[in-house]
Design a protein around this ligand. Structure first.
Ligand code: AMP
Length: 249
């Protein structure tokens, strides 16, 4: 069974995000970029399925600018067998990414697609669900445990009230939650090996997909600044202030 893992290049989670002066988006020039953390978890899960003899091949896919190739090299260094870059300078929204991934699924015929539950840049939490709808495949989102057996996936999902366990037929779409696994560190020998692994390059037009945006961003703004805190001399004053001054927002 092939496992497809879509990985997104995003602003590194350690970087303090700054909004561009013209409010059209966030600053990405000269900013450290990395693989979306939920996608690292997805690649790790795919590797575990390969090590368990369930997956035969792990294919990483990224859609976006040429530099997404670096993100794919990271996936290859974690252990993916090969990579597919769908290269475009266009601003890709989740529906466009889902259509590109659907085109890749039709070409590759994976038994399982594991995505992150959300990309930490736009927090959309849409691509996996849209891909499932476009393919007509079952989906199990927010996975914290995945077991594959007899052509089915048993997935434990993190839901508001606790944990929900469902069984779905393959091929299927799974999206990862934080507690699914702890991704391995990438070793130097594996980074070297990754340079020789195959990476295909396609353009959206080769896949017959129109990636024109459907939504228009009106403006992006910083969250309101917090006002400075104060120090209180003792607990009595603290309790008094909590009782008489603190407000529930
Ligand atoms: P989102 O719906 O944007 O929050 O993203 C959810 C997941 O979809 C991510 O964790 C990735 O696995 C996948 N994804 C989103 N955008 C891309 C992209 N440009 N290239 C590859 N995978 C993506």
């Amino acid at each position: 069974m092939k496992v497809l893992v879509p990985v997104k290049r995003v602003v590194d989670y350690n970087v303090k995000v700054r909004v561009k002066a013209d409010q059209t988006g966030v600053e990405t020039a000269n900013v450290k970029m990395s693989m979306n953390p939920f996608d690292e978890i997805a690649v790790e899960e795919a590797m575990r399925l390969k090590e368990a003899g369930i997956a035969t091949e792990v294919i990483a896919v990224s859609c976006g600018v040429a530099a997404c190739g670096e993100t794919l090299r990271t996936a290859l260094a974690i252990g993916a067998d090969r990579a597919i870059l769908v290269e475009t300078d266009a601003d890709l929204q989740p529906l466009a990414v889902a259509k590109l991934l659907a085109a890749v699924c039709k070409k590759e015929g994976p038994g399982l697609v594991i995505l992150g539950k959300q990309a930490i840049d736009d927090d959309a939490n849409q691509t996996g669900q849209m891909l499932a709808a476009l393919m007509g495949w079952p989906q199990a989102t927010f996975a914290s445990k995945v077991t594959i057996a007899d052509g089915k996936a048993q997935v434990t999902r993190e839901v508001d009230g606790g944990l929900e366990t469902i069984k779905i037929n393959l091929p299927a779409i799974v999206t990862t939650d934080l507690r699914l696994n702890e991704p391995r560190y990438v070793t130097l020998p594996n980074i070297m090996k990754a340079k020789k692994k195959p990476m295909e390059n396609h353009k959206p037009a080769d896949l017959g997909v129109d990636v024109a945006p459907r939504l228009k961003t009106l403006k992006v703004t910083e969250p309101p600044k917090r006002s400075a805190g104060i120090k209180v001399p003792d607990i009595k004053t603290l309790v008094d202030k909590l009782k008489n001054e603190a407000k529930v927002i």
